[in-house]
Design a protein around this ligand. Structure first.
Ligand code: WQD
Length: 337
């Protein structure tokens, strides 16, 4: 049996592929390198010494997708990482975002239905909670009030999955709501490579530390948090990747269902905590200045990850120091070249 992974050469996808291969799974990857590079496949091989089946196709291409399912009758489960993910860009290009994320998911699900593959793991995001109803966030907190098309596309797909399961309970679906993934594989071979100036905090910090960017702008220090800066639940991408293996294990069990899990550590760190932790872990300086709040940001967001621990037996194990050191190692390796 094999696991089909869309978006398998992206940031979270590639780390998950490594964990799947290390666990002895047979993997098929679909990607069109819209936000990743073919070299990622070589790195995966270098780390795991294992081969994957790879298709360079766009998951919106129904004919090509059909070919993948025809050629691989042993697909048992699909993990969907494919999709656009830049929040700011999604505001500028809503049609492109809805088309790529929502239509892509629909095509994938239709294909799965046609070929009787009914186990599905979906990459969702804590962004679906909008303004948090309470902290820490539990999976039964209200969702909605997303402030950008990226977030709304995740919410729409969650709704589609609910409706699908409601219509046919032979589906077996796991929705994983990621908090803030950071860091990279300890080999320094895989990592996060945002195009252009990064929007997210950790990629920005590493580029300031390496001298590529001058200083970090801290978006607001007047939030109702201990030091006034935004608090988030940063989770090591390898811990997150391992959560997908646990999700697959769950779907392989007898009973069918639609399950939702928060994948976070349960601990919130502020922007300044992150700057200090990074400086300590890497011995580099991260100059910063305080600027205006960023529109759409919330003060505090972190998970209650109890449900994932109780039902999947998963919890994050890596420390903030690991997250900082591993994020930095990847950048150092990149600059060595
Ligand atoms: C974290 C904190 C910022 C950059 C977003 C998306 C979410 C998900 C992950 C995924 C906040 C502050 C940041 C900077 C700063 N998307 N910050 N200076 O906003 O929690 O989540 O990314 O694919 O859907 O909304 O993450 O890393 O952008 O910000 O001060 O240059 O760092 O204000 O408090 P966020 P982030």
């Amino acid at each position: 049996m094999s696991v089909l992974v869309t978006g398998g050469t992206g940031y979270i996808g590639s780390h998950t592929i490594v964990e799947l291969l290390n666990a002895g799974e047979k993997v098929i990857i679909i990607d069109n390198f819209s936000n990743s590079k073919p070299e990622v496949l070589d790195k995966i091989k270098e780390i795991t010494k294992k081969n994957v089946v790879f298709y360079k196709i766009n998951y919106l291409d129904e004919k090509e997708m059909q070919k993948v399912f025809e050629e691989n009758p042993d697909i048992e489960v699909v993990i969907n990482f494919a999709g656009f993910k830049a929040v700011g860009e999604s505001v500028q290009k809503p049609l492109e975002y809805y088309h790529n994320n929502v239509t892509g998911a629909l095509i994938l699900l239709q294909m799965m239905k046609k070929y009787h593959v009914k186990k599905f793991v979906f990459s969702s995001s804590a962004t679906v909670y909008g303004e948090p109803e309470k902290i820490p966030l539990t999976e039964d907190c209200k969702v909605g009030g997303t402030t950008n098309p990226y977030g709304t596309s995740k919410l729409m797909i969650e709704q589609i999955l609910q409706d699908l399961y409601h219509s046919d309970s032979s589906w077996d679906i796991c929705i994983l709501r990621y908090f803030n993934p950071v860091g990279s594989h300890e080999s320094g071979l895989l990592g996060e490579e945002p195009q252009g100036i990064p929007n997210n905090l950790m990629p920005y910090i590493v580029r300031v530390a390496s001298g590529t960017l001058k200083e970090l702008s801290v978006f607001g220090n007047d939030y109702p948090t201990p030091d006034g800066t935004g608090v988030r639940d940063y989770i090591h991408v390898v811990d997150l990747a391992k959560g997908h293996l646990k999700a697959i294990e769950k779907l392989r069990k007898e009973e069918k269902g639609l399950y939702i899990y928060n994948l976070g550590t349960g601990t919130g760190y502020s922007v300044l905590d992150m700057v200090k932790a990074f400086e300590r872990a890497t011995n580099r300086k991260v100059p910063y200045k305080i600027v205006e709040r960023r529109p759409g940001d919330i003060a505090t967001c972190y998970a209650d990850p109890t449900k994932a621990y109780e039902e999947l037996g998963w919890r994050a194990e890596k420390t903030l120091e690991d997250m900082c050191q591993d994020a930095w190692r990847y950048i150092e390796k990149q600059t060595e070249k």
